[in-house]
Design a protein around this ligand. Structure first.
Ligand code: ZN
Ligand code: ZN
Length: 164
C-alpha cells in the first residue's frame, strides 16, 4: 500500500547576513524505512526530488531501487530562519525481518532522516555543503568552511510523521 511521510525541519540563520552565502536546502534526503523489497527494517534510502524512484542501501553492499519518491519539497525562508517540509511517498507491504526477528512497519520503529544544505562563500568564491540529521547532539551550529561565517543553527531534530 502507498504510504506518505511528512518531514519538517527548521534552522535559525543569522539575522542580517552581511556576507551573503546563499544558503539553500538541496533537493535530496536520506530516510530510514522498513523495506519490503529486501525485507529489512531500518534501511537507509536515498531520495532526490524529481526522480521517480528511491535507492535502498539494502543489506551491506547490495543497493537496490525502491518504489518511493519526493512528492513535495517546500522551503519557507524568513529573516532569521529557514524551514523545509518534504513529503515522501513510498510503497510498503507487510514482511518480517528474519535477521532481527522483527516485523516491518509502515513507519520504521525509530525513523531517521538526513537533510542536505548548500551554500556559496562570496569571499572564497567556493561552494560548500553540510547536512542536518536526526540523532545529533543539539544545538549544533554550522559555519562556512572557507571564512568561518556563521550559517545556521539547528536546535530541534527534524520531525517525521506518517500521514497515511
Ligand atoms: Zn531494501
Ligand atoms: Zn564564507
Amino acid at each position: 500500500m502507498l504510504r506518505t511521510v511528512e518531514i519538517t525541519a527548521e534552522l535559525t540563520t543569522p539575522s542580517r547576513d552581511k556576507v551573503f552565502h546563499n544558503l539553500h536546502w538541496q533537493k535530496k534526503l536520506d530516510l530510514s524505512v522498513d523495506c519490503f523489497i529486501c525485507e529489512r527494517t531500518g534501511r537507509t534510502t536515498h531520495l532526490r526530488q524529481g526522480e521517480e524512484r528511491m535507492v535502498c542501501s539494502g543489506d551491506a553492499r547490495a543497493e537496490h531501487p525502491g518504489a518511493g519518491r519526493v512528492a513535495a519539497f517546500d522551503v519557507t525562508s524568513e529573516r532569521e530562519r529557514t524551514s523545509l517540509r518534504v513529503v515522501v511517498d513510498y510503497w510498503w507491504a507487510p514482511f518480517r525481518d528474519v535477521e532481527r526477528d522483527a516485523p516491518g512497519a509502515a513507519l520504521t520503529h525509530a525513523p531517521w532522516v538526513r537533510l542536505y544544505l548548500g551554500y556559496r562563500c562570496p569571499e572564497a568564491r567556493e561552494t560548500g555543503a553540510f547536512s542536518v540529521q536526526s540523532n545529533m547532539v543539539r544545538p549544533v551550529s554550522e559555519t562556512c568552511a572557507q571564512c568561518a561565517h556563521p550559517l545556521a543553527t539547528s536546535t530541534r531534530s527534524p520531525s517525521i510523521r506518517l500521514l497515511s
